[in-house]
Write a protein that binds this ligand. Sequence first.
Ligand code: C5P
Length: 337
Amino acid sequence: MSTRVRSFSKINLGLAIGPSRPDGFHALTTMYQTLAAYDLLTIEAHKLTAGKSSVTLTTNDDRVPTDERNTVSKMLDRVLALSGALVEVHIHIEKWLPVQGGLGAGSANAAAALIGMEIELGQRLPGAERLKIAAEVGSDVPLFLLGGTVLGLGRGEEVYPLPDLPETHCVVALPDLGVSTPQAFRDWDALEQERLTASAPSDRLKELSQALSASLCEPHSSGVFSFGEDRPGNPLLALVRTGIENDFEEVVFRQHPSLGDIKRLLVYSDNPEHAAIYAALSGSGSAVFGLYSCEDAAEAAEKRLSANGIASLWTKTLSREAYWGTMIEVDWGSFQK
Ligand code: C5P
């Protein structure tokens, strides 16, 4: 038997970049949100009685490396070392998400491989160890061990579950260009250096943390908070009102002005009801997403993109419950006799 795991994607609802640290990474504050769009991993492990464990990777997409550069290989090395299992593993990655698009697909693949291997081995690794090896594989991997709406601190790997935002339509524009994350961080450093000479630095990490907390203090539809005449509202709207943004836009839109144009296409419509609730670059890009209050608005956004020759995918935000409830794809065929 094999295990099929949906490897969901993410967007960043706001991302503030802090100073570069002695280890070369940058301090971050971000709010991650998982999306329903996914790659599919099929994992098959056979126990061995002697010899050495081995891992083979295959994929439908020839841009994806199948050697030790793949995040799935990096994760598997760590899972096998920790579990002490002697196994022959084969993993097939059915790639549907863009490679290097800011949607965290490679990171999600690594988390999905960990979860699939635990099922195949019938052994769950200790919680703290799972988070530790996930962080070693990449800053964006641990968020996929929580799912839903997630606060990311540290270099993005320190994750905390937040109350889930309501399910929302999301249109992701997929421009035909790649953005190097390390280069985007270097460009940000250069910009900060310029600003330092001009004025005192602002504490962007603290500002975004306070904005995120403030949005959670607003009265929500849960009715938990009730202040005087305030009416329950959508926490996503409260979040947008706090002025969240993605710092990467400042440097990435300068390098690639077409991405700024795409964000405008996602945001504005002649029909005000079709305007985005919020739109932003995801991570360092190149994916740019828009969130919409209804199906009609999302459809109109897709049409604006396709009229301008820009590929897109239409999906929804995925709550923590839906993330875990739909992650394992059940092969009903195997239950029929
Ligand atoms: O952790 P991950 O593999 O995603 O990071 C890729 C690169 O992005 C790092 O090598 C580093 O150059 C940069 N990075 C950073 N600060 C972060 C996350 C990533 O500078 N918080």
